[in-house]
Design a protein around this ligand. Structure first.
Ligand code: 13P
Length: 283
């Protein structure tokens, strides 16, 4: 069922859980995320990466995800991830995205605020939820390289940034990176505590791939209401394909079997993430 992303996240936080968000490059992955969420009975977020949205089939994919979300038995939101172009944001929203991460993190502080406000003005509809990002998160959204964290969010800017940008969720840089961590990830819980003491909007943790389950389990109690996963899901699907393609080719060009395994891989990852973020997993 369609749901407003901030309502989904705040409801989860109120019961001590965070909502996982998964990058969906294709419909099969999205189907499996929703299947797993329905099985558990919890809400999820389907992320559309900017390169996907800008591709020739991006808007069609968003429309298809809209249909999937509307028909789901659990709350599902569709979010345009890391968007910084107003025309692309409007196209994504018109195609069916419920929420947008308006990403001005590469801009100056003032330009970042202006971009979020410009997106709000351009969209008009107050039901479309805007997340903003403060601090510089290292890494590429679609390709994983070993990285060290950089550009921590400055807690001193948080209250002013949220008030003036109108952001309804805040993505932070607290030692997290997109892609693979060069060494042991070191999440700066002290910086996170400082951030959450200065704002009431839910905090979003990007770059969850590679973080320890204990860290993820601890996140909701620290004010993190949404956690974004991409790389680990890709790794799981690609490893499965590497192991299974040849046998399925020899088994009568069995694409259906591969798609079943694809969904099984994504369902397992989604289930584990939902359980970890709701404190239901045993570590
Ligand atoms: P990872 O690829 O590190 O899981 O990050 C995903 C993400 O933050 C999507 O916005």
């Amino acid at each position: 069922m369609r749901t407003q992303l901030d309502v989904l996240v705040r409801t989860a936080l109120a019961r001590g859980a965070a909502v996982p968000a998964f990058t969906c490059y294709d419909f099969t992955t999205a189907l499996a995320v929703v299947e797993a969420a329905e099985h558990i009975g919890a809400g999820v977020i389907l992320l559309v990466a900017p390169k996907t949205a800008a591709s020739p089939v991006g808007l069609r994919l968003i429309r298809a995800l809209r249909g999937l979300a509307d028909a789901a038995a659990v709350p599902v939101s569709i979010q345009l991830d890391h968007a910084s172009d107003i025309t692309a944001i409007l196209a994504g929203v018109a195609a069916g995205a419920d929420a947008v991460l308006v990403d001005g993190s590469a801009l100056t502080y003032e330009e970042n605020i202006q971009l979020v406000r410009a997106a709000r003005d351009a969209i008009g509809d107050p039901g479309i939820v805007l997340e903003a990002e403060l601090g510089g998160l290292a890494g590429d959204e679609d390709r994983a390289f070993a990285l060290n964290a950089s550009g921590l969010t400055d807690p001193g800017q948080v209250a002013d940034f949220v008030a003036r940008s109108g952001a309804q969720l805040l993505a932070v840089a607290i030692g997290n990176v997109h892609g693979r961590y060069a060494g042991e990830p070191r999440i700066r819980w002290d910086v996170l505590a400082d951030i959450t003491s200065r704002t009431k909007v839910p905090v979003v943790l990007h770059g969850a791939s590679g973080l320890a389950a204990q860290d993820l389990a601890q996140a909701p109690a620290s004010g993190v209401g949404k956690v974004n996963f991409n790389t680990e899901l890709r790794t799981g699907v690609l490893s499965m394909l590497q192991m299974q393609i040849l046998a399925h080719r020899e088994d009568g060009e069995n694409l259906l079997g591969i798609l079943d395994l694809w969904r099984e891989t994504v369902r397992a990852f989604t289930t584990a993430s939902l359980e970890t973020l709701s404190g239901r997993a045993n570590h």
